[in-house]
Write a protein that binds this ligand. Sequence first.
Ligand code: 13P
Length: 250
Amino acid sequence: MRTKLAAGNWKMNGTGRDLGVLTELARRHTQPGCEILICPPVSLLHRAAQTVQGTSISVGGQDCHAARSGAHTGDISAEMLADAGARSVILGHSERREDHAETNAHVRDKVRAALAAGLVSIVCVGETKDQRLANETLSVVADQLAGSIPDQVTGDTLVVAYEPIWAIGTGLVPTVEQIAEVHGFIRAQLHDRFGAQTGSQIRLLYGGSVKPDNAAAIFAVPDVDGALVGGASLSADDFSPIVSALEGSA
Ligand code: 13P
């Protein structure tokens, strides 16, 4: 059985006054039927970790550098994230691939760094609108999976998030059939590469315009083990019903 995961990606949003969202989530979900993770900006990570200490919520980073330390002004290492209280890190998000020209090889090296620091990697894959229209979704996702994930991962250290780029922050959501197709494909790819046991332990999240009103339908799709939520994770009133929908899913 895979533990379901409701993950929030705050992206470049949030200052100290937003830490109350974490307190409120912890108050509403004292014994959650799923894992709850919030990835705040790195400026808040340590305070966020302190805020959720002793609660059901964990915190994570949104990126890390591939190197352990060194002359990389403005960057942060996986070990530093762990030291600040992170248990996980999002890697290869499409906004990083786009804004920082991150390639699959960069992402793979970051996953190796996260493994070395004891962090769970949440590796993001997903196609652009043009790629979907050109029927390239599965080949793009296959390339990203093959290139971004190192051989050493296990079901405990890797989570894959399918985030169609055209669905991020747009209010557009793939049909449940489209989500089922890609998640089934990712599961099959993981089986082929890592064997049946590890392949069936790795959790698969859907991300892209997940909201309280569409969460239950998305969570009913086979091989959807949770969500990576952007905008709706910034408020407890929006994120909490998504957590509840996940808890209530089969
Ligand atoms: P939205 O939920 O705002 O569409 O963002 C999704 C996302 O990119 C999460 O990583």
